[in-house]
Design a protein around this ligand. Sequence first.
Ligand code: AMP
Ligand code: GLY
Length: 417
Amino acid sequence: MKILVIGGGGREHAIAWRLALEPGVEVWASPGNPGTARVATCLAPPSSGVDGYLQVAASVQPDLTVVGPEAPLVAGLADALQSKGFRVLGPTRKAAQLEASKIFAKQVMVEAAIPTAAYRVTQNLDQAMQCLREFSYPLVLKADGLAAGKGVVIAHDQPEAQSALRTLHSTLGPRIVIEEFLHGEEASFIVLSDGKQVIPLEASQDHKAIRDNDEGPNTGGMGAYCDGRILTPVQTAAVMDRVVRPAIDYMSANGAPFTGFLYAGLMMTPQGPKVLEFNVRLGDPETQSLLHRIQGGFSNALYAAASRELAGVELDWKTDPSVCVVMASAGYPEQPRIGDPISGVDEAETSGAVVFQAGTRVGPAGLETAGGRVLGVTASGGDLRQAIDNAYRGVASIHFDGMQFRKDIGRKGLKRW
Ligand code: AMP
Ligand code: GLY
């Protein structure tokens, strides 16, 4: 089976890596990256946007196309591929509104009775400033559209909220959601859906802040871990009953069945799970830790979901916990520096870790940094402590000037259990 993976980040390297381990699967990637090129044939799209990827699909003729990132989905890539007769895993443009518009997502949650933070939608700056009075602090401000992780601000007092509103308004547009701050433990819960049936993946936990102890500005994600204890069976059942089933059923009943990976960013509150956000694709770096634990059935499940035949399909999981430590470039998240030579990737892999590549490129002297999040060093272990040690042993082999990584990925789990 020929599978084409769209995207060029760490998540897509992990998808291509897992698929390439499965018998009978030939993996192509577009655009891919130097890491993906180790496990797949990479093709740069001849032009940007949906058309470029359509041309890639036309030349590869894949049996299945898996779309990794949200931007091409929101731009309608799944619809375009389907209309040309290709089998594709990823939601239509209409279903991708669950991520593309925080306001749309909130409306779905209200209409489907999915628990979420209390909120108000504001259409302009004046209205937003007035609305602040209705909330206590801290409160959360969210720009409506896609913002690559930069659209959410937690404000601790009124001056901070006012200043953040002005910035969000001028950089990301007038429509802003103001919402209640929720307390609890966060979890990422991702399911694979064919539009009606779902297979839940294991829960995982992201680390969004740049520095240890969740300090500093938020990033796309500085690391993740996956451990069967993140949610109890009772919590998992609550998430499936109150969040996942209502969302999938609502989208299907409203003419936008959701095919692909639906990601619920959850706050586990004393009142039960509440949704912080929906994403319409696998999380990054959650995927790196999740896919490290899958030991079979991945390509079959993706193909079945894209064929609307997910009933009875299962994924084969290892019980070992896994950890992904992101190594980011100097200046990330504000102004990532690029062009720093990277050494030690092979040594890290010899030590037992898998090094997923994200912001990398091949320069005159070899591998170098080419973006904010550079590598995702991923390992598993007999227990969470061993998984952490194994991942950090890999990290210790790697060097590039200005590298930043957190030293506490997965530690929350050690404290909890
Ligand atoms: P989002 O992109 O909506 O998931 O928000 C990014 C991060 O902001 C989340 O991972 C949470 O850490 C935090 N966050 C978002 N909404 C809330 C909320 N209502 N209460 C507390 N924290 C939140
Ligand atoms: N790790 C969070 C995300 O992928 O949005």
